[in-house]
Design a protein around this ligand. Structure first.
Ligand SMILES: Cc1cc2nc3c(=O)[nH]c(=O)nc-3n(C[C@H](O)[C@H](O)[C@H](O)COP(=O)(O)OP(=O)(O)OC[C@H]3O[C@@H](n4cnc5c(N)ncnc54)[C@H](O)[C@@H]3O)c2cc1C
Length: 425
């Protein structure tokens, strides 16, 4: 039987395992965790299911799309269809507003006259964006695009601080690959002229907007995510161990693990890497932002948030980014409410908290020091250099949000691993 080694058994690793075991490979998964699913494992706090972040799957194409179909098959169609309503809390206004920014709420904002003037500078009489005024997504920074499209005042109020703390990088150096529109660029089919329909993407909303509106397949599994990743990895050999680095990369390359085991690349038909490339090489060079999730159980509160909101964004420089009410997603039936407070941290943060709390948080998926890639131009070129370097090992492949250094959700990640699995004979 042909052998495959998969490094990391999260979303990407489990999907790759599923594809290759179905092609009769003998699959070994190496992961420092005890169960599959990585950041997308479902955990429980006082009986309430929660995720590291909301973990709603949204991907265009309905149930006919192959990767959506995979999720339907692996859950027996037991899914909640979700509407994602978000708000931003703006402390200087002492007010919450819808997020993304809704045009009909501008009259409630103290700076409304200035905001209208800034919008008029880039919009026609019907407030439609003039495309020629907009920088091109993919060729400009995050700040250039958003501060132009919604004006400096709205950008400053809703996005500037939020973006900086969210990804630990200021908007004027962040690349627009972090923008929703670009994230989905590859997912929408192009018309005859090669357009995706995302040109002139407008972050200002003129009608009631829920995140991912119009995407028919926007779901959360009724029993959480673990069965999905567990079924994918079922029958594979799961080894709980952490990767230290690749050694002897020019001669007889092997992977050294924390337990001292050596895995020679030559012993496998394929080695599929899903972890951060700087971790794979044991070099710690790329920049990331991590997350700490604080579970706050509010007894007897019923529902904490207004109007069915899933999350409140704290758009200033407060420590927290988002606060999510889990039962809005999981639909857990309880008189209590579980709120997840999401706080950005930096690599190394595990050293500043007491060991017992960090240990608990890691085991329960409440703490990840590398949750988001910091996509500056320099970081992206450094990542490309790692990809080039890894070509020295011809049977080594990379897939997933970490390995590919992308701002990807679960579906993009599954899609990448699914296509890799299809392509390997
Ligand atoms: C706060 C937050 C909210 C999110 N919300 C959503 C959402 O609503 N919808 C959505 O679709 N996506 C969401 N995502 C994205 C989603 O979590 C990722 O797309 C997905 O988890 C990426 O899968 P992966 O396999 O690339 O990485 P992971 O799931 O992180 O898996 C990596 C695996 O590798 C293992 N590993 C890492 N380092 C080593 C090592 N050195 N040795 C051995 N094993 C190692 C880990 O234990 C883990 O099992 C969110 C992410 C975050 C951070």
């Amino acid at each position: 039987m042909k052998k495959v080694l998969i490094i990391g058994g999260g979303v990407a690793g489990s999907t790759a395992a599923y594809m290759l075991k179905n092609k009769n490979y003998d699959v070994t998964i190496l992961d420092e965790n005890s169960i599959p699913g990585g950041l997308a494992r479902t955990c429980y706090y006082a009986g309430h299911p929660y995720e590291f972040g909301p973990h709603i799957w949204f991907w265009p194409g309905g149930v006919e799309n192959p990767i959506n179909k995979l999720i339907v098959d692996l859950t027996d169609g037991e899914l909640f269809y979700i509407d994602r309503k978000l708000f931003s809390y703006i402390h200087q206004d002492k007010k919450k507003y819808r997020y993304p920014v809704h045009f009909n709420e501008i009259p409630d904002m103290p700076e409304k006259d200035k905001i209208y003037d800034e919008l008029k500078a880039v919009r026609d009489d019907n407030w439609k964006l003039k495309e020629e005024k907009l920088p091109t997504i993919g060729q400009c920074t995050f700040e250039e695009y958003f501060a132009t499209a919604i004006g400096k005042t709205l950008y400053g109020k809703f996005m500037e601080n939020y973006t900086h703390k969210m990804w630990n990088i200021p908007g004027h150096t962040l690349q627009t690959s972090m923008v929703w529109a670009d994230r989905f660029n590859h997912a929408y089919s192009k018309d005859k002229e090669g357009k995706t329909g995302l040109e002139g993407y407008d972050p200002l909303k003129f009608e009631d907007h829920t995140l991912g509106k119009g995407i028919r397949f926007q779901i959360y599994p009724k029993k959480g995510w673990n069965d999905v990743w567990g079924t994918m990895a079922e029958g594979c050999n799961w080894v709980r161990d952490g990767v230290v680095s690749i050694r002897d990369e020019d001669k007889q390359p092997y992977l050294l693990t924390k337990s001292g085991e050596k895995y020679y690349f030559g012993d496998y038909k394929y080695v599929i890497n899903t972890i951060d490339l700087d971790d794979l090489y044991g070099e710690n060079k790329l920049n990331y932002t991590g997350r700490m999730m604080i579970p706050l159980l509010l007894p007897d509160l019923g529902t904490a948030f207004p109007q069915g909101a899933e999350s409140l964004h704290y758009s200033g420089a407060e420590f927290q980014t988002r606060v999510t009410e889990m039962k809005v997603i999981t639909q857990h039936d309880s008189p209590d409410s579980l709120i997840l407070i999401e706080v950005p941290i930096l690599p190394g943060a595990a050293n500043v908290f007491p060991k017992n709390t960090v240990g608990f948080a890691k085991e329960n998926n409440l703490f990840a020091e590398k949750a988001y890639p910091q996509q500056s131009k320099e970081a992206m070129s450094m990542h490309r250099a790692y990809m080039d370097r890894s070509k020295k090992i011809p049977n080594l492949h990379h897939t997933g949000r970490h390995a590919e250094f992308r701002y990807w959700g679960m579906p993009e990640t599954v899609n990448s691993a699914y296509n890799l699995g299809l392509s390997l004979e």
